[in-house]
Ligand binder design. Structure first.
Ligand SMILES: O=C(O)CC1=CCC(=O)O1
Length: 92
C-alpha cells in the first residue's frame, strides 16, 4: 500500500542544540534504514520549507503508523497522510 506523507518539522527554538543535533542525526539514520528496506521510496525536500513530501510503501495503516511514530523527529512534526489508490488512466 502506498501513502503520500507530508512532514512539517517544527523544532522548538529553545530546544537544547545538542538534543536537536542528536535527534536530527538519529532521524537521518532511521530514514536511510527505511529507504534501504524499500519502505520509504521517495523523500523530497519541499523547496523553501523545513518540510518534506514522502511516499511510503507498507503493508497496512498500522505499519505506517508504527514507522511514522518511530521517527525521532515525530514529537516535533506535523504529519499529513494521504492513502494512494491506482489511477484508471495510469499506463502500467
Ligand atoms: O528534514 C526533514 O524533512 C525531516 C526528515 C525526514 C527524514 C529525515 O532525515 O529528515
Amino acid at each position: 500500500m502506498l501513502y503520500h506523507v507530508r512532514m512539517d518539522v517544527r523544532i522548538p527554538h529553545d530546544l537544547d542544540p545538542d538534543v536537536r543535533d542528536d535527534t536530527i542525526a538519529r532521524e537521518k539514520a532511521y530514514a536511510q534504514e527505511l529507504q534501504r528496506a524499500g519502505k520509504w521510496p521517495h523523500l523530497w525536500r519541499i523547496a523553501g520549507e523545513y518540510a518534506n513530501f514522502s511516499v511510503f510503501d507498507v503493508e497496512s495503516h498500522d505499519e505506517l503508523h508504527q514507522l511514522l511514530s518511530g521517527l525521532p523527529l515525530f514529537p516535533y512534526m506535523d504529519v499529513q497522510v494521504t492513502p494512494l489508490a491506482k489511477h484508471p488512466s495510469k499506463v502500467d
